[in-house]
Design a protein around this ligand. Structure first.
Ligand code: ATP
Length: 760
């Protein structure tokens, strides 16, 4: 298993890992970043720098526990920096705790350092090339994966960890299992590496070990001290300190000696490696450690302590007397092979051509050198490095912050424009409009609206389609104490069920395909105000249950989320269905029905508002006049009477449309009966009251119809270039009929274009 894992849900793509990765071993995916194992050197920077803790060490606790119950002897080896982590107990107590966990023996990794000290001394004295120390696994990976030309410079000796593993298995037999406990993450890579595999079975971090103690309820400070096993180390104990390796290996360089160079920390190490690769320096030995402050600064270090106190703890451990069980087989001088080889693991990435980089730069608005800000927010040092990474598939175009900001700004402008248009549209539809009507049913509804408006009560508005339910909801909100807060209206039938759920309650990132970011729901958008759910009778049982939860608990739970959020929203629902039937037939929850039906208002259909028709007609004329920007002063009496007589259905929109159409058609400043659809005049006539002369109506209408007909014929002919057959085809009428119409209006084919003006 790969030692570092990304919890994809937790990653927020802040690019901290990209920024902190010295070898750019991070690939940016759509909604998270991922480590590229072939490039990773295990330095652990991405773990320490991830603010969301989305990069974690793969769990070795379970494997260790499995080893401990396998029946084979398991040996614990404590890394050299352990005193700087387990500072709250004595080394003897830690040994006792490990034995309680089932470890057969407890060793200090520091003795592994002493095992390889002679190998180091030999390598240095026989060197004919600048040597690079190989005791830091991150440095080994850096060379193998990124600077393979330096492989021949590596000291061909294993790390003290692997040395300990080889030693223990040599002395005790291959059946024993070795668990190395350390602050080093790169060591986890080394355990699995081809050349060093098999020596150590599991690398456990100090923190993982601590979690096992906690899990088992072992309080180290309460334990009786127990001795350590194996060879008691001496100078090996200072190995984890800055420059401690030379002291541990018994090499005493002159501080002014430029032949032996030592460097710690990413920047220094990378600098020296680059110098060596470029042949700029040629010392005898470079002793490198990727972590600042040496191994006591490892990624799994105890972060509560300063470097100074960590150092002091290691030094006082070095000076301390520690109980040791000196078994004779550990006192013997065994001949063990501590050598190792290295392999070229360089993973070549595609190289862009000049034009490729330019294209990518241009895609993020960088056309001149001045546009290349090199701001580093994407994690790359320069815009060009970033463009290369995009080409290589490591980075994506979204990562350029200045470009993103500009795009967002443009998008914001577009959204504002869209919002303004939608708002204007809504204002035109509802505006500051109040409910118009003087019939008793409308007046009753109005009374109820005024009464319930200022209360927090949930309201259910019933009525056929187009009877003013939304208008009523808006009026309730306007009369409420929440009228300075938003009124969010949702039509439950216009979006699919699954989308409606996420629209209403929001969703967490990754909760369904396409949910690439977290989104707040409309309930949260309406917080403090009112939400109007139109067509509530159409929602699914699942949504009904969720809605009931919101009403009962006052909290919403986003799709894919576990944590609920409190909201203060007043609910107004509307339906044109009978929810009572729904409860009876099982498609609407009874408990929700009672929760909604606290206060119900019924909006009457237009056919039951006959008394209000004249008032409504004038109201809609006013709306049409504003919309069309046309000078119309009123509606003639006959037209009003015809509308009163007309058998309207329930939908008030129909009346609104009839009046708008009439306002379009009228040539005068008054809407006349003739401007209404013929059915009005006919139903008016059928009533036998105020009979109008239909013949004279037809006479009055005829010239208008003829004029429109002639214009249409002329347009078809013009579109067909004067070709009558084609014009008839366009008009979708038989050619003969078209000829007849031409004759009727005194028009001719072919010549029509030239005579168009004349014909007008
Ligand atoms: N009493 C009224 N006074 C003024 N205008 C009204 C009245 N009733 C309805 N309208 C107008 O009729 C149109 C339809 O009203 P509204 O959208 O409120 O109806 P609805 O019942 O919510 O419709 P649906 O069932 O289709 O959602 C709107 O333009 C509204 O302004």
């Amino acid at each position: 298993m790969y030692p570092i894992v990304t919890i994809t849900d937790q990653c927020r793509k802040c690019y901290s890992c990209v920024r902190s990765c010295p070898v750019k071993a991070i690939k940016v995916e759509k909604s998270y970043t991922e480590i590229i194992p072939e490039r990773c050197i295990g330095c652990g920077n991405c773990l320490s720098n991830c603010p969301q803790h989305a990069k974690v060490i793969s769990d070795n606790v379970t494997v260790s526990e499995a080893l401990l119950t396998s029946g084979e002897p398991v040996i614990a080896v404590l890394g050299c920096s352990f005193p700087a982590f387990f500072h709250y107990c004595s080394p003897g107590q830690l040994s006792a705790g490990l034995r309680q966990l089932g470890f057969a023996e407890v060793h200090e990794g520091a003795s592994g350092v002493e095992l390889i000290a002679d190998e180091y001394k030999n390598a240095i004295s026989n060197a004919n090339l600048p040597l690079i120390s190989s005791h830091c696994p991150a440095v080994v990976d850096l060379v193998e994966r990124h600077y393979p030309q330096l492989i021949e410079n590596m000291v061909g000796v294993v790390t003290h960890m692997v040395a300990m593993g080889r030693y223990l298995k040599h002395v005790l037999g291959d059946h024993v299992k070795v668990v190395y406990i350390s602050s080093c993450i790169a060591g986890k890579f080394e355990v699995q590496a081809e050349q060093t595999k098999g020596a150590v079975d599991v690398l456990l971090t100090y923190r993982e070990l601590e979690s096992i103690f906690k899990e088992r309820g072992i309080d180290l400070t309460a334990l009786e001290e127990e001795p350590y096993d194996g060879r008691e180390p001496h100078m090996g104990r200072v190995f984890s300190l800055s420059q401690g390796s030379f002291q541990a290996f018994g090499i005493n360089p002159d501080p002014l000696d430029t032949d032996i160079v030592t460097a710690e920390g990413e920047v220094n190490v990378m600098g020296i490696i680059k110098d060596l690769a470029a042949g700029r320096i040629s010392p005898k030995l470079v002793d490198l450690r990727f972590c600042y402050d040496g191994c006591i600064g490892g990624p799994g270090r105890n972060r509560e302590l300063t470097e100074f106190s960590r150092r002091n703890m290691v030094i006082s451990h070095f000076r301390r007397e520690i109980p040791y069980r000196l078994a004779p087989h550990y006192q013997k001088d065994w001949q063990i092979d501590f050598s190792r080889t290295f392999s070229d693991k360089y993973a070549k990435l595609p190289t862009p051509k000049g034009g490729d980089v330019k294209k990518i730069l241009q895609a993020t608005n960088k056309f001149t050198q001045k546009d290349e800000l090199n701001c580093r927010t994407c994690g790359y040092r320069t815009c060009r490095e970033y463009a290369v990474a995009v080409f290589q598939g490591l980075a994506d175009l979204e990562m350029c912050l200045p470009h993103n900001l500009q795009q967002l700004e443009e998008e914001r402008g577009r959204l504002i424009q869209k919002y303004e248009l939608a708002k204007r549209e809504l204002d035109r539809e509802y505006g500051d409009e109040f409910i118009v009507g003087s019939d008793s049913q409308t007046l009753d509804a109005l009374d109820q609206i005024k009464q319930v408006g200022p209360t927090p009560t949930t309201v259910l508005i019933r009525g056929e389609s187009g009877t003013g339910k939304e208008l009523a909801a808006r009026a309730i909100h306007r009369y409420s104490k929440r009228n300075d807060k938003p009124l969010v209206t949702v039509n439950c039938t216009t979006i699919t069920d699954s989308l409606l759920e996420s629209e209403l309650f929001g969703h967490k990132k990754g909760s369904f395909t396409g949910a690439i970011t977290e989104k707040k729901g409309l309930f949260e958008a309406a917080d403090g105000g009112t939400i109007f759910l139109d067509e509530i009778g159409d929602i699914t049982p699942k949504l009904q249950a969720e809605l009931l939860r919101v009403l009962d608990l006052g909290e919403v739970r986003p799709v894919g989320g576990t944590v609920a959020r409190r909201v203060d929203v007043r609910l107004i629902a509307a339906t044109n269905k009978s929810l009572e039937d729904g409860v009876r037939d099982g498609w609407f929850r009874e408990d929700l029905y009672y929760r909604l039906n606290v206060f119900s208002i019924t909006m009457p259909p237009l056919r039951e508002r006959v008394e209000s028709i004249p008032q409504l007609a004038h109201h809609f004329l006013e709306k049409a006049r504003n919309k069309l920007n046309k000078h119309i002063i009123g509606i003639e009496e006959r037209a009003i009477n015809a509308m009163v007589k007309y058998p309207w259905p329930g939908n008030i929109r129909e009346m609104q449309n009839v009046i708008e159409r009439a306002a379009v058609l009228t040539h005068d400043d008054i809407v006349k009966l003739g401007n209404l659809p013929l059915a009005f005049a006919e139903s008016y006539a059928d009533e036998g009251e105020d009979v109008i002369d239909l013949r004279s109506f037809k006479k009055e209408r005829e010239p208008h119809v003829l004029r429109v007909e002639k214009k249409l014929i002329q347009r078809y002919l013009a579109d067909a270039g004067g070709n009558v057959s084609k014009a008839a085809q366009l008009a979708n009428i038989p050619r003969r009929t078209f000829y007849r119409l031409l004759a009727k209006h005194g028009l001719k084919g072919r010549t029509i274009r030239a005579r168009e003006g004349e014909e007008e």
